[in-house]
Ligand binder design. Structure first.
Ligand SMILES: [Zn+2]
Ligand SMILES: [Zn+2]
Length: 402
């Protein structure tokens, strides 16, 4: 009996060991998820200078590796269809592709573009360089949460509450996973421009940003069909968000107008511009208003709430058309006449769809959680782990041109 008991005990502890072991493996897989981002995707990069600033780096080439010392300066230039690597004193060689690989899990490296000249930025994790599209390609192969933190910092600044950063992290992650193949044909996942999501490298202005991203690791936002949502956000809604189909074409059941009392009295809450009456007349004639109907009193228009159209003498003009034509901060405004000028007085900043950043920051300051923030601005959505989403499994499909 005693023997059996020992065997059973050993079996139980083995089982426990295996369960712990499996959990460690699955956590490890999630932590190790990387994504490839093309850096300075808008520039025609020819020469950059790189400098390790944290951790330990090795240059990996097909002929062998070179360990870099801290703060060593290395030039990487395009030479025809290859990449030339040298430092202050010697030429390392020329290859089709090189990788610069961090060795410690907390590695950071500075890239300073020399041709063309551009201010230096610091990136987490690994880099790859090769020539394509007649330029030096600089790819950051980075832990997805560090990338998300960089995006959150670029999109929302360094002085918000951590629950706001969690909400913004979920939106950035939802977008990234929803567009993971956007640049697949070019050999990477996403670019660092507004075309995908603005990413200026390592988040280093507020430790709460990376903390918020890690504490929500893997979490995304799904709609009622368990599909990733369109993760729209804007600076300030002016007190009421917009319906997606009033701004873009496609309606979404979760992107519907909601009242927002949280974003008032912020720098972006109100705006005003004045337009010469003649210029306004010309615009209206272009939109089909009859020239004889141009009594300025008829231009006046008050919108207590967001409306789709500005109506003048029975002609309906979408507010978004006016926003685009006059480069307005928002499509939520009233019109009146003040001393021979047309005065537009508006609310908010941005397209108004989805999460209002000023409102979300205020909600977080007042103790609301990131879940409450997301569910306020996106109606009927759920927060899930990406592995539970239609079309996703454990491994994110990293695109790497190697
Ligand atoms: Zn892009
Ligand atoms: Zn708002």
């Amino acid at each position: 009996m005693r023997f059996v008991a020992i065997v059973l005990y050993q079996f139980e502890s083995m089982k426990r060991f295996f369960i712990v072991f499996l959990i460690l493996i699955s956590v490890r897989v999630v932590v190790a998820q990387k994504i490839s981002i093309s850096l300075h995707n808008e520039l025609n990069l020819q020469t950059v200078l790189i400098t390790p600033v944290k951790g330990q780096y090795t240059i990996v080439t097909e002929d062998g590796n070179f360990a870099l010392s801290p703060n060593q300066i290395v030039y990487i230039s395009r030479a025809g269809d290859s990449v030339r690597v040298r430092d202050m004193t010697s030429n390392f060689g020329t290859w089709k592709r090189i990788s610069i690989v961090g060795q410690t899990d907390d590695d950071a490296i500075r890239i300073n573009s020399i041709v063309p000249s551009y201010p230096a930025r610091i990136y987490d994790d690994n880099l790859a360089f090769y020539v394509d599209f007649n330029r030096l390609m600089a790819i950051n192969i980075v832990d997805i949460d560090k990338y998300i933190a960089g995006v959150v910092e670029a999109e929302s600044g360094p002085s918000a509450h951590i629950e706001f950063y969690k909400a913004q992290a979920l939106l950035a992650r939802t977008y990234a996973l929803g567009h993971i193949d956007k640049h697949k044909d070019e050999g990477f996942n996403l670019c660092d421009q507004v075309h995908c999501q603005v990413y200026k490298g390592r988040a280093n202005r507020n430790p709460d940003i990376l903390k918020a991203t890690k504490e929500t690791s893997g979490q995304i936002v799904v709609d009622g069909n368990n599909d990733l949502i369109v993760a729209a956000f804007h600076a300030n809604c002016g007190g009421q968000t917009a319906n997606a189909d009033d701004v873009w074409v496609t309606p979404q059941p979760y992107l519907v107008s909601v009242l927002d009392s949280y974003c008032k009295n912020q720098p972006s809450s109100n705006w005003e511009i004045r337009i010469p009456i003649e210029k306004w007349r010309e615009f209206l004639i272009g939109k089909g208003v009859a020239a004889q109907e141009m009594d300025p009193e008829k231009f006046e228009f008050s919108s207590k709430e967001r409306v789709y159209n500005y109506v003048v003498t029975g002609v309906k003009i979408p507010m978004t058309d006016i926003r685009n034509a006059f480069n307005l901060r928002s499509a939520y405004f009233s019109v009146d006449i003040v001393s021979d000028m047309v005065r537009l007085r508006g609310k908010g900043y941005g397209h108004g769809v989805g999460l209002c950043q000023d409102g979300a920051m205020q909600m977080a300051r007042r103790g609301r959680s990131y879940t409450e923030i997301i569910q306020h601005y996106f109606q009927g959505v759920t927060i899930a782990h990406y592995t539970e989403v239609n079309g996703f499994d454990e491994d994110i499909n990293i695109v790497d041109s190697e």
